[in-house]
Ligand binder design. Structure first.
Ligand code: ARG
Ligand code: ZN
Length: 457
């Protein structure tokens, strides 16, 4: 992970006041320093791989988990934190196979290894835990995390749900690869990110093994469970794995085949599709209401429309492969995905990009909408407000009109290529736009990204 501001929660555990020496190491920071979500993420180490073994009973809601985390110390470390909600019970923690002491403090699992971990050292942590995961409610009132449905789980984790079902370094700046081994009753299917590598059926239970080999932020991980119809096919050069709630089979007819045309079009504009497989999880979850760009395999609460499909697939480049550095940069996800919806509608001949822009721009100058500058929606309750999506998309269109067709798409391709599997912020996007276009764009970005009020054209 990248180091952010060394902002630490003052309310955090206090130590006996013996000054730490290099010999003892020092504690890793209890969060990543993102002002929107104090406590989220941790410092002092970088997680590289999560091997999650999960056993779930949809009837009782009981989860039993073993999380094996491979990490590397980024400082001399006396202890470190993982994020996990306090309602899940931790049975044991080991570091490199040796029992480690641990305490709980809110959503922090504080681990003290038996010995100091020197800077740069690789280590592995195994956490055994169980309990009944429950979702959390986000600052905007939406459900987030392990959300139970009538037949399983709708597992959507943006921005803070990952801590509701597995321990980890849950800020998006610490990406890692994943392997999910999920056991459910054979009447259910467990779907996760990446490639399905094994399905093993034994005495009424089925284990699904999913491998996610490209780096992924925790909020993009999913283990969704239900009575899904699973389809795994090679179509147009893509491995398309879809899971559809049987209630939605008719609505989702032909869904696998709808993916390649969208991905081909976006590849021609943004550069190669960044992942080894694609697909969708279509669940019946009207009480959740929102879709999520879970990596490789977006999660939908209903059968997706063409524009929702385009939106979530565009996120695979913008959001998933290239991920913001701080939550306030969320327009780099939502503005881009909204703009891609406009591009796809234009390609289909449904509506031109200009018409989409004009409709969004037609909001009256005194509309509340214009009070939120694109580059910072003003707090976690506004992460998914209209200005993030629509003003974000309009910002890109304004850029396109200023720098011209060729430079604009060169900027988008460079953004996807230069930050592939990484994190980048708004300042980096501005710098890139100026470099690629060779133009000074301060005035444009200032009006569209940083100032409240309706920018003039
Ligand atoms: N990123 C999702 C999308 O635009 C929206 C997630 C909303 N999450 C939430 N907790 N309200 O597709
Ligand atoms: Zn989105």
């Amino acid at each position: 992970m990248k180091r952010l501001l060394a902002l630490t929660a003052a309310a955090f555990i206090s130590l006996p006041l013996a000054p730490a020496t290099a010999q003892d190491g020092t504690p890793g920071a209890p969060d990543a320093g993102d002002p929107y979500f104090p406590g989220q993420g941790n410092g002092g180490y970088d997680a590289g791989h999560y091997d999650l073994g999960l056993d779930y009973d949809p009837g009782s809601g009981l989860l039993s988990g073993v999380a094996r985390i491979s990490a590397r110390a980024t400082q001399s470390l006396s202890r470190f934190n993982l994020d996990l909600v306090s309602t899940l019970f931790v049975r044991s923690v080991t570091v490199d196979g040796r029992p480690a002491r641990f305490t709980r403090s809110g959503s922090e699992l504080v681990v003290t290894p038996p010995y100091r971990l020197r800077d740069g050292r690789g280590f592995s942590v195994v956490v055994r835990y169980d309990g009944r995961p429950v979702h959390v409610i986000d600052p905007d009132g939406s459900m987030d995390g392990w959300i139970r449905t009538s037949d399983g789980v709708y597992n959507a984790n943006e921005p803070q749900g990952a801590m509701t079902w597995y321990p980890g370094n849950h800020h998006m700046t610490d990406k890692a690869t994943y392997r999910f081994t999920v056991t459910v009753p054979s009447t259910r299917v467990a779907v996760a990110n990446g490639d399905l590598v094994a399905t093993v059926r034994k005495s009424g239970r089925t284990t699904y093994v999913w491998n996610s080999t490209e780096p992924m932020a925790g909020y993009l991980a999913t283990v969704s469970i239900g009575k899904f119809q699973l389809s795994d096919a090679r179509i147009g050069g893509y491995r398309v794995i879809t899971a559809v709630d049987p209630q939605l089979a008719a609505d989702a007819k032909g869904l696998p085949e709808r993916h390649p045309p969208v991905l081909d079009y976006f590849s021609s504009l943004f550069g190669p599709y960044p992942f080894s497989s694609t697909g969708a999880i279509v669940d019946h979850a009207p009480e959740v209401g929102y879709a999520l760009e879970t990596q490789t395999r977006p999660l939908y609460p209903r059968a997706p429309s063409e524009s929702l499909l385009a939106h979530e697939l565009a996120h695979q480049w913008f959001g998933d492969s290239v991920t913001p550095t701080l939550w306030r940069d969320i327009w780099l996800n939502e503005g881009f995905a909204t703009y891609a919806e406009w591009l796809w509608a234009d390609k289909l001949g449904t509506r031109t990009v200009q018409a989409s822009f004009d409709e969004a721009y037609a909001r009256a100058a005194d509309d509340e909408f214009w009070q939120t500058p694109t580059a910072d929606p003003g707090g976690p309750a506004n992460l998914f407000h209209d200005p993030v999506y629509d003003r974000g998309a309009m910002t890109l269109h304004a850029l396109r009109r200023d720098v011209g067709e060729d430079a604009f798409f060169a900027i988008l391709r460079a953004w996807a290529a230069e930050h592939k599997y990484g994190n980048a912020d708004t300042a980096a996007f501005i710098a890139l736009s100026e470099r690629v276009s060779g133009k000074q764009l301060d005035a444009l970005f200032d009006a569209w990204l940083f100032q409240p009020g309706k920018p003039s054209l």
